[in-house]
Design a protein. Sequence first.
Lengths: 614, 606
Amino acid sequence: MRKVSDLKEHLRNTKTVIKMVNQLDPCWLPLCAAGHLLKVAEGYLALILSAYILDALSRGGGFEKIFKVTAVFCGVIFFLSNVVSWLQLRAEAKKAALYSRYHALTGEKMLSMDFSRINSPECEILKRRIQEDLNWSAGLYSVFGSVDQILRSALNLAGAVAVGFPVMGVMFASELAGTWVTLLAAVAVSAVTTVLATGWMAQFNQRLDCFINSMGGRAPFLGWQFATGGRFHYQNGKDVRIYGAHDLMKQYALDNGNLPEDLAAYQKLSGCLGKSQFCQVASGQILEGMAYIVVGLLALAGSVTMGNVLRYGGCIRNLFGELDSLTKTIPELFLNIQKHMSTMELLELENEMYKGSLPVEKRSDGEYRIEFRNVSFRYPGSEQYALKDFSLKLKVGERLAIVGMNGSGKTTMIKLLCRLYDPDKGEILLNGVDIRKFRQEEYLKLFSVVFQDFRLFSLPLGENVAADCHYDREKVERCLWEAGLGERLEQMPEGLDAFLYKDYEDGVEISGGEAQKIAIARALCKDAPFILLDEPTAALDPISEYEIYRGFDRIAERTTAIYISHRLSSCRFCEKIAVFHEGRIVQTGSHEALLKDEGGKYLELWNAQAQYYQ
Amino acid sequence: MERKKHSTVSNLWFWGKYYLKNEPKVLWIFAGNLLLYPCFHMLALYFPKVTLGLIEGEAAPEELVLVLAGYTLVHLTAKGISQAMLARSDMMLNMERQNVVFKIFLKSLRVNYAYAESQEGRDDFRKGVEVQNKGDDSASSRFIFIVGGLAGTVLTFGLYSTVLGILNRGMVLILLGLAGLGYLLDLRENRFQNSLRQEEAVTGKHYNYMKAAMGDVLAAKDIRIFGMGQWLRERMDGVVGAKEKLERRRAVWVWKNGLLGRALNLVRDLGAYAYLIYAASQGDMAVSDFVLYFGAITGFSGFVREMASGLAGLKQSSEDTEWVRNYLEMPEENVSQGSRHVSELARPVSIEFRDVSFSYHSRERRTQVFSHLNLRIKAGEKLALVGANGAGKTTLVKLLCGFYEPEEGGIYFNGINAAEFSRAQRYSLFSVVFQEVFFPPVRVDESIVLQKAACVDQDRLREALKKADMWDAFQEMGITLDQYRGNLKKGGVELSGGQDQRLLLARALYQDGGILVLDEPTAALDPIAESQVYDAYQKFSDGKTSVFISHRLASTGFSDRIVLLDRGKIVEMGSHQELMEKNGLYAEMFRIQSSYYQAEQEGTGA
């Protein structure tokens, strides 16, 4: 959390967050304000009623008349309480939806952010800051809470002035010095306690900040990251058991969060909070005592009736009490708002990638040509070139296999082709035009990719294949059959509507191989002129692997297919094989031609594998 | 696992014991607060009466100032101390609530692995973390808040009843009756809220899943290529819409239910006013007493409501506590195991599966994997385990390592039943390289050997790293062993897949277990790295009994014996040569896989 001391900045931040809340639901704030307004009115009506009854009783009024007025008051209060309850419940319901919408924004932002940005260190740091900021508060509910309190205080304050202002005249008119002395003394003492309370609170927050930071600084603490699955998968439990890592895990997941020096600091800071609380209570009680002493003195002097002791006492207490509480709740709101600035910062991140507006020509003949021209690329933050001075031409209908060692730039090439990143130097052309100039969504329609680390969601099978809520069932089913999942599909009672895994609904469990087939079906279903397979068969057993390759051989007839594989055997049926090495293409040609190139990289790779099958 | 049910009192005792052991101050604070709470409530109740009494009695101004100032001082002290203590305990509770989460996590590493891995075990774990991840509403915090609050409320309620009882016993009964009706309405509301909870949990689960899915960095590539943004947004909108509908329904219901309660309040207030105004107008009651009693009457039902909601909250907290408690109190896997030491075993170690049966149990069904399986692995033998997905290879390895218990039969090391070793001892017999690469973001040396830095034998680690060809690589890259891995800290060490594989080898070397198990470790490597890793493992496995699992048959070349599993049965067994001659399933698989390579052999041979 950064320190913000400037009031202007605080106000600006508050405006930003409130604006965002209003944008998500324009009804919440008005509902909330109306609820508080009527609630305050209800309270003052009750106060005026008791004042009336007491005065009427001291005047010796008759039961009947007093009770009639009382009944009318009670009826109005009853009516108001029903309206208030309705407004408050509606506001509460809106809060829940608002909260969900608001906290989904960061995820939604991820959907539209430049891919290169998502993986960048600055985005990682920002996300971690958001996590830290929200970990020690109740997210948007903290802001709701502060806004609620401030609205209530402000309206109550206004009510106190409206109902209690005659007492000012009385005080000026009466010659009692004691009332003024009491008032000033109490306000002074209460101000001092408030200052103390605020000071302790500030110290508390500052120390809490230090505490959170030092926990990460002195010794890394991974409790939450392990427990909530960010850095630990249940399967890692096998390693923990075999290698007896329990002590190590305990150190990072528990002990580092409970270091003696940290705990001592924690004790101290909770001491600050305690003192601050005491001072807050004290200032409130002092103001209340003062209010009744002042009015009591006036009453003894005969300037105020018994009933008005209650009325004015209540008003003076509310007036100063709410002033006092505003001095606390406003900074609190600022503090709570500040915890959302990291979220705002993320939401405001602008995409840097240039995105053109040229439409992609729809060609019925599928005549698309792709060319990489002298492309160089380094991953952000890396010094090594992933691709260097790289050139490649792709024609439609071609089948290209890419082989090479890990880190030779195979996957990078695909990422550049799909504009997940832009090249640092050189350009990629589609039919002779720089791909940056095309409309991004249209351009991406040209490609289907099955990445090595593809992801499926725990949503219905059919939606996963179609990547959409609404889809052509027949086509999806056909693609699943083509990918070799047809028989499994027939076994599922819910068919395409079966949820995958158990994370969302209690769905069907699928094996790694089946998941891969679904990913392939997804790629087929997109009907893109280019299909790219980045090692899609790593988790498959030999027979499934064979089936998929054979299937693809047939399917790929319609399209341009690029295969990346470690298994050279799977590349043999491609007419063209490109061998990547250290970010460049070092060899191209058919399998037979490449094998003849003695001392070539391909032969080396081939031999490494073929030796096992001889 | 069978789930135990505990009573609310028993769960209260559970947390009592927990805090007594870990943070006893929390308990003292709540006990102290119990005395202060009724104290300042009574002071607040009497304050207007005292003020008006002084005016009625026409006290001297100095007296009024002194009495009220003194009164205020006592009041602020009692309330201030109470609040300050609560703030401090709040901080302690927050710390403990997190520690409970971490303890649940650590426990998940010590329970039976088969359970930890099962859907049920993962659900139980998730649930335990979830109920502790709700801030002040977490099981461990809420229980204490509610019990403390409830006790204070009961005491205060007693005092209020006494005050009113002095005035009129009948009135206390009527008020109790009205409060009872209000309580019934509250109960009704609680029942309604509970009935929503199931639905709420489902939408909550959906919401969290969708939120995570949209923000999933690893899915970002697929999301962009397939334009899934629209799909996920639409799903998310659906989930939030469902949430909104639920909340609206709740609001309408609660308002309607509250209508009667508010009407009861109206009746109560009118009755109280009528009674008190009548008494005062007859001159039976001083004006200051009027204020006191009216305050007591309206306050009275507030306390009854508080008690009602406290009791309901207690029930909910008790249910939440069950998740935490059942998980934390689960027996550790070491229990009921023998006490033999693996150092008794002469190396290399022989392995025997004798008549082993095993099946998976899920809530709805049981799937038999092995039925009376027999397999001997000779001391020092290199065994390759092959078969299609789902043939039982991984299950066999899990049985071997002790992650699963055979239902029938036993596993023997050098003829000694595995059950005679303590679990930790049995684990230490193995060096296993699993498919899932696990390097926690801790110090480099710690992440390799999975021990605390202080316990790492640096010489042994250096040797292991040298053998795994990583020592020089570290030197070249300028990586020291006290740096941290991962991107948690600036300058964290990040390595390639091939380098990680070699570190896994170093981990296995460091452990120096008598039995080496490789569970398909090279799937993600390029041919040259893969070949290097095979070579390294082959060197390392000399003089050890080893079991290799692989989808690809390439690794079978340097195995002494190959076991082909198919649907839990050993269908073929023998050397590569023998199995090829047998011309069975293995030969078929080998041919499919190597068809292209084979074709090449023929091609060049011609």
